[in-house]
Design a protein around this ligand. Sequence first.
Ligand code: TPP
Ligand code: MG
Length: 272
Amino acid sequence: MFKGADIDSLKKQALQLRREILETLEGAGSGHPGGSLSAVEVFLSLYGVVMNHRPADPKWEGRDRFIVSKGHVTPVVYVTLAHFGYFPKEELKTFRKFGSRLQGHVTQKTPGVEFNTGSLGHGLSYAHGVAMAAKLKKADFKVYCIMGDGEIQEGSVWEAAMTAAHYKLDNICAIVDYNKVQENGLISDIKGLEPLADKWKSFGWNTLEVDGNDFGQLLKAFENFKNTKYRPTVIIANTLKGKGVPFMELKSAWHGKAPNKEQLADALKVLY
Ligand SMILES: Cc1ncc(C[n+]2csc(CCOP(=O)(O)OP(=O)(O)O)c2C)c(N)n1
Ligand SMILES: [Mg+2]
């Protein structure tokens, strides 16, 4: 396990980030709660424990890169970056406003964001290019890339998966936020992914399955990635879309809808 990782503190921070995600969404009146709430533990594990990064120097050459391929989950991206000091928390109030650095989908205008995404299915291709560049330059930073479960229905993801394995890119770690829900319903009803682990394994990836809302399991998986040679790693993170707000959980209606003031108050009462 990562030395010094304080799980109790991470859990407290997760609760705080979930609160800030909901407040930020309410302030904007639009945005994506479901896939933001499912991914809080992944984001906190990466920025809080796993990654080498310097919030005061976001372009530091030695930083680990985190590519947010599911680029609609800006609420979790921005509250996390603000939490770690990339920009003032006050700026979260400008989310999705005209002229703000914090737009609805991630862009490099935001300090700490590596790559513009929003059109799903591109992040892994970019990420494995960065990983290959690192190998060519003999740089030892790592590349992380989070994708949605609906997103990996895109064929381009599997092209990148094939290439990363062919080039033995053991410096890339993909994370699938397997929250079971895409935009309009359940993955299993629309286009099922199972047997998902077998698919990744057959593409040559070191394939790890964890409860993606459990810090202990996530951190172990990230450690496994760091110790794996000659193969890329994928962490299939079993999560819950809308995690933490029972009335949002597993509901595609909360994929891309902000809570209003009343719903925010209700959500904060039941948040766990
Ligand atoms: C190429 C492309 N097609 C469609 C969309 C519209 N869209 C945005 S989010 C989304 C659903 C994604 O589902 P999933 O990957 O499961 O995301 P999560 O559950 O993590 O929010 C869709 C279809 C898009 N952004 N890009
Ligand atoms: Mg999903």
